[in-house]
Ligand binder design. Structure first.
Ligand code: ADP
Ligand code: MG
Length: 628
């Protein structure tokens, strides 16, 4: 029997690291299963190149819970270790790695945002076990070895009579980690971390129903049998070539990833690159719920089919964190802080590769199946628009496929739109005016007016639209956006036919004064103008710039701070040529005139959704009086 002291300079390293990694104890299982997987795949390789006499067969990994003995066992049929190898790989390598780790992180690095997933390896077993045993038989002729370590830096190493190839790790689970002796807990961890690992993992058995034998009676129970319960899919879709997969395979894999999600993904993007970094994966565009913040099934990050985290912040550009799916890359450094990660060259390349792939996929969908792309636009636009705002490179590609729907349900690219409106929609400076509504119903009468004049009105209703518009205006020179209620339509868009005013300038002034005597001055700026007589007499508008700045501030970022706190102000545009104005002017009695003006103002407010509360009640009473 050999015994010795593990070569670590820090005495009682175990309690230290136990405490340090308090919240992440569960990763021990992932680490031990990763080792078992490595050992199996290494053997496979040796068999393939003829360097092992062992028969590879169909090896699997087994996890056993023994509640009575308070043991958790991880058993593999991999290449195993000789006693010398245990000395070398466990006593020297595994523990020196741990020591290095502690050296690096002992100064409270936990709070500085280090990802909670370290390649702690075999050593992490001591986070949950008082004592760990290794019984291992090498695939070579070397006899089996039995290593025992009780958590102090001393160990024993003796021969063992195990004859079958592979390694059994026995964890004597400590008193305060008893939850790791619960089947349900282990099951949960296996599903979380090992669902797609490349070697089958057995945990217990399950009952399988068989076909009834020929000639069985109707009410004979179907026979059953106990079979191994394999918890993982060793060949997940992302490890295959895109050419091997049908559309349905991608949908099935989505279901496999998110069993609790009942929606179908809109698009998928298969990632597959091996130079200058290694990355595979499948991303899905889900149907986003309006409250994007609530999204919890996020992109999962794997390394060689081992689950690492579902927080891909810093690895995937932020606008794509709304997507779902899997990314698998061994090239992402994990034991570093998030801020370091973002500065890492390899990670930057990965991030821009993903951005490019998403843009290319959208572009080819747009080109090859525009109909379908248009149908799904509403569900994907937030991601695309957000991407256009946040990533210049994405904008450059997306500007060719980003769509601008009209209130009539037509879809234009920006270039198409420009061409469509070039002749008719320019302002007095010759700038192209893009008219839009943010809400079809709320701005209904304004949209109608614009459409009657033959103008196109876009429907832009995502929350980040004010920012996007700002971006488009700076990108496309000589283009300006105006919401349909930003001003009277004939002021927004230049018209050749000048309407002759029925009122003299003097009469206009008098009218203005009379109206100002009734409407609240602080809120409404009165403006008397000559328009065609069919246009409504009172129109409430809100200048584009002011409103947009306020909105930008509400949605965060970009807007100027001062606008948020400013009170709502509007223009009240009065049509000097409407017959109601004649009535107002002809009404001598001041009270009566005020009543007409008030009623007209309220009607204008109604069409802007501004008439509420007590004012609305009074308006209703007044209106009933009028018609009775
Ligand atoms: P790493 O896996 O990063 O090398 P670990 O601490 O997890 O570090 O393991 C240390 C070494 O111990 C491994 O490299 C391997 O040589 C050996 N080892 C651990 N578990 C097994 C196992 N189940 N079968 C064979 N060798 C193993
Ligand atoms: Mg390992």
């Amino acid at each position: 029997m050999a015994s010795g002291t593990i070569n670590v300079s820090v005495e009682n390293i175990f309690p230290l690291i136990k405490k340090f990694l308090y919240s992440d104890h569960e990763i021990f299982l992932r680490e031990l299963i990763s080792n078992a997987t490595d050992a199996t795949l290494k053997l496979k390789h040796l068999c393939n190149i003829g360097e092992s006499k062992s028969e590879y067969g169909t090896p699997f990994i087994e996890v056993q819970v023994d509640k009575e003995a308070k043991q958790l066992r991880i058993i593999d049929q991999g290449l195993g270790m000789s006693a010398e190898e245990v000395e070398k790989y466990i006593n020297q390598v595994a523990f020196s790695g741990a020591e290095e780790f502690l050296e690096k992180y002992k100064d409270g690095a936990k709070d500085s945002g280090i990802i909670g997933h370290f390649g702690l390896g075999f050593y992490s077993a001591f986070m949950v076990a008082d004592k760990v045993e290794i019984i291992t038989k090498s695939h070579t002729d070397a006899p089996a070895a039995h290593w025992i370590c009780d958590g102090s830096p001393t160990f024993t190493l003796e021969p063992h009579d195990k004859t079958t190839r592979g390694t059994e790790i026995i964890l004597h689970i400590s008193e305060d980690e008893a939850s790791f002796l619960e089947d349900a807990k282990i099951s949960e961890l296996l599903v979380k971390y090992n669902k797609f690992m490349p070697v089958p993992i057995k945990f217990g058995t399950r009952t399988e129903t068989l076909e009834k034998p020929e000639g069985a009676k109707e009410d004979d129970p179907a026979p059953t049998q106990e079979v191994d319960n394999i918890i993982n899919n060793p060949n997940p879709a992302w490890t295959k070539q895109p050419s091997e997969l049908e559309d349905q395979d991608y949908k099935n894999f989505y279901r496999e990833l998110y069993p609790m999600q009942f929606d179908e993904p809109l698009f998928n993007i298969h990632l597959n690159v091996d130079y200058p970094f290694n990355l595979t994966g499948i991303l899905y565009f889900p149907k986003l719920s309006p409250d994007m913040g609530m999204q919890k099934d996020r992109i999962q990050l794997y390394q060689n089919q081992v689950f690492v985290t579902d927080n891909v912040e810093g690895i995937v550009p932020e606008f794509l964190t709304m997507l779902r799916g899997v990314i698998d890359s061994p090239d992402i450094p994990l034991n570093v802080s998030r801020s370091y990660l973002q500065a890492d060259g390899a990670v930057k390349k990965i991030s821009s590769y993903i951005t490019k792939k998403v843009a290319d996929k959208m572009n080819s969908l747009f080109k090859n199946n525009r109909e379908e792309f248009q149908q799904k636009w509403n569900d994907i636009k937030v991601v695309i628009e957000y991407g256009m705002l946040s990533e210049e490179k994405f904008f450059d590609k997306a500007k060719n496929f980003a769509l601008y729907p009209t209130t009539d349900g037509a879809y234009f690219t920006f270039e198409e739109l420009k061409e469509k409106i070039a002749a008719a929609q320019t302002d007095k400076d010759g700038k192209l005016v893009v008219l839009y509504a943010s809400h079809k119903d709320e701005q209904h009468s304004y949209v109608q007016t614009a459409k009657q004049k033959g103008y196109e009105v876009l429907l832009l209703d995502s929350p980040i639209v004010p920012h996007l518009i700002q971006k488009l205006e700076t990108t496309y020179e000589n283009t300006t956006f105006a919401r349909v209620d930003a001003d009277h339509i004939d002021n927004l868009i230049k018209k050749d036919d000048n309407v002759i005013s029925k009122l003299s300038d003097e009469q206009k002034e008098t009218l203005k004064t009379n109206i100002e005597a009734v409407v609240p001055k602080a809120t409404y700026q009165v403006q008397v103008e000559a328009m065609d007589s069919a246009t409504q007499p009172f129109i409430i508008t809100q200048p584009e710039f002011m409103r947009r700045m306020k909105e930008m501030q509400q949605t965060g970022g970009g807007g100027m701070n001062m606008f948020g706190s400013m009170p709502e102000t509007y223009n009240l545009v009065v049509n000097a040529n409407h017959s109601l104005i004649e009535t107002i002017n002809a009404t001598e009695d001041e009270t009566q005139r005020a009543a007409i003006i008030k009623q007209a103002l309220d009607l204008a407010k109604l069409s802007q959704n501004l008439l509420k509360g007590e004012e609305l009640t009074q308006f209703l009473q007044r209106s009933f009086e009028l018609i009775k």
